[in-house]
Design a protein around this ligand. Sequence first.
Ligand code: HEC
Ligand code: HEC
Length: 357
Amino acid sequence: MLAASTTAIGWVIFSITVVGWIVYYLANRRSAQPELGSEIELAPNRKPYYDDETLEGPRLERVQLFGVLLLALIVIALPLYWVFEPQRQAEATSGKEGRFVTWGGRLYATTAEGGFNCAGCHGANGGGGSAPYSIADPNTGEVKAVNWLAPAVNTIFYKYSESEVEFILVYGRPFSPMSPWGLAGGGPLNDQQIDTLIAKLWSLQIPREGCPADDPNCDIGTLPQEEKDRIDEAATTAAQRLVDQGKYATVDEAMGEALFNLDLAAGAYSCARCHTQGWSWGDPGVAGQGAFGWNLTGGATVRHFPDQADMEAFISAGSEYGKRYGVQGQGSGRMPGYGRMLTEEQIESVVEYVRSL
Ligand code: HEC
Ligand code: HEC
């Protein structure tokens, strides 16, 4: 607000100055028009100036008064500047953030609205959706039209750091409808456009619980209780279905598999969309046998994490580029962290399921 009014004051001063100069110019021109007499007589430097009496009296006092007024002006203006500057800077920053969200929003919009259609696949509010896609069978060459689930992006910063999301946006998921968007990945968007998209994604995040009010994007908050309840409810329903199918004796035992395959908000919470081939287009192969994410079957993963607690910590934090995990594992930053979304018990049951694969 203040920044805006400062700009307005600036404009007023600017307008007064411009008008003043125009008035001065016109007045000067007018007074210069009539030729009054010989230049020798009238040249300003030939006119007698004030006498000493006036020069050292009223004239000197006027100049001194002028100096005192200017000094007073500085004494008032400098502290005022000092008082208002932090707020001006804060508003400039939040103004920039607002502009980035607006610009990113234009890129995020559907094709019909002139955007790059993130909204068309991921939903206008980032809740997820799906996209038509064609996949070719590598063995037969047969092409199949499928509908590929596009995960929700309104929890993306719960699971990934900003640089990890930037990597996803720049390089896409090239085997899927998610094409590369950054120039480095062969896409159309420059670095600043990617930055504005990231600002837009931040603005879409489900507000976190446990964050200070002045920093809704803080790093410590978790999913709000009603969202956690939603996951819990969907997982319990899915687990009950597995029990009804006779696969498990109790809902508790079925919980791990239910969470692994959880199809909530178009697969935002599911492990299977990355670890089970075909899951994203409704034709899942062997559970956990690997797709974008590693093959979790056959004991290799258990050899990576002999200690179950280590695996739980990994699922909670996700992988980090270049950082070690488990035994001889090195992260790429592409495995999301679930600690801010799932409870410890849920992570424990999904890990027990993974270890059983
Ligand atoms: C044609 C549909 C489509 C468009 C357009 C699209 N995406 Fe995606 N996006 C997907 C799909 C599908 C995936 C998941 C791919 C997979 O299965 O690994 C995805 C994945 C993502 C992910 C990673 C999510 C995760 O949890 O793994 C992010 C972030 C993302 N998209 C953001 C965007 C943004 C921002 C735009 C606009 C520039 C965009 N997408 C445009 C379909 C699309
Ligand atoms: C967005 C895709 C994605 C999702 C969703 C995902 N993962 Fe992963 N996962 C990966 C990738 C990629 C790796 C390989 C490690 C890396 O690149 O950092 C990985 C690695 C792992 C590993 C280590 C495997 C090994 O042997 O080193 C485990 C265990 C794992 N994921 C379990 C899970 C579980 C459980 C979930 C669901 C709660 C899940 N993943 C969801 C992509 C994903």
